[in-house]
Design a protein. Structure first.
Length: 248
């Protein structure tokens, strides 16, 4: 099965007993999807938010343990203010809906990134969703917001160095496991499968540490058009691969 999937209607067969534990997705292509339709970019993000809702619900239904999505990067602030504000508005809408159905869905929600720069209203909603779902045991959905892999690694390194200066940690004793406790993704297993739609073949500062042994799947389908069938193709490709983790 190919690394890059051209748009197809071919059905893929998934072994639901052998799902990856953790899927991560770079939700890319919203702008191009809108442009193709003569719509403003913000309409692409609204469609992308709908796709996110569909895929997250489906991941919960099939029993996936973890789904992580890249919603807003540390670099995305460079976009026009109107677009940034539209994405934040969609997030607020999604969180309000998520809060109202959390009891029923029992999806655990987490957020990776520097949230301190978000509006107090958004931070309050994030805290509420975190708090309500803290003890849920089903699918965990991680939304990366104002997230950058390099920023995450710098923050972790800084925090570890401070603990060393304070005499709480010993640099000589640092292990991968101990370092992971300083990452936003603390406690979450590494992604097994990273999906990037829209035809771009880049990681774009997403989960740099965590993707060390991930399988990658790229497709030229734009994120708003990404469907359950696309997800099946990605999982089937993953299931056809032989993961060796540096071994033979
Ligand atoms: C990348 O596409 C997409 C983003 C930077 C924003 C993603 C945001 C959402 C899907 C909506 C809000 C999220 C949630 C979780 C409710 P792009 O704009 O770079 O597309 P392009 O490359 O075609 O221009």
């Amino acid at each position: 099965m190919a690394l890059f999937q051209k748009k197809t209607t071919e059905e893929a067969t998934v072994d639901f007993e052998r799902l990856p534990k953790h899927i991560a997705i770079i939700m890319d292509g919203n702008g191009r999807w809108a442009k193709k339709r003569g719509l403003p970019r913000t309409a692409g993000h609204a469609a992308g938010a709908e796709t996110f809702r569909t895929i997250a619900t489906y991941c919960k239904d099939i029993g996936l343990d973890y789904l992580t999505v890249y919603a807003f990067s540390t670099e995305n602030w460079k976009r026009p203010a109107e677009e940034v504000s539209a994405i934040m508005g969609l997030l607020k809408k999604y969180l309000l809906e998520a809060i109202s159905k959390m009891e029923k869905d029992r999806v655990k929600m987490e957020f990776f990134g520097d949230l301190s720069v978000l509006t107090p209203e958004l931070r309050e909603l994030i805290e509420q969703t975190r708090e309500i779902s803290r003890h849920y045991k089903g699918c965990q959905v991680n939304i990366c917001l104002n997230y950058g892999g390099r920023d995450e690694l710098l923050r972790a390194t800084r925090a570890f160095a401070q603990d060393c200066v304070a005499g709480k940690k010993d640099p000589a004793a640092l292990t991968e496991e101990a370092f992971e406790a300083y990452l936003f993704s603390k406690g979450v297993p590494d992604p097994d499968l990273v999906i990037r739609p829209s035809g771009e073949l880049r990681l774009s500062n997403f989960l740099l540490w965590q993707s060390a042994y991930a399988e990658f799947y790229f497709t030229d389908v734009l994120w708003p058009d990404f469907s359950k069938e696309e997800l099946h193709r990605a999982i089937a490709a993953y299931q056809s691969r032989n993961r060796r983790y540096g071994g033979v």
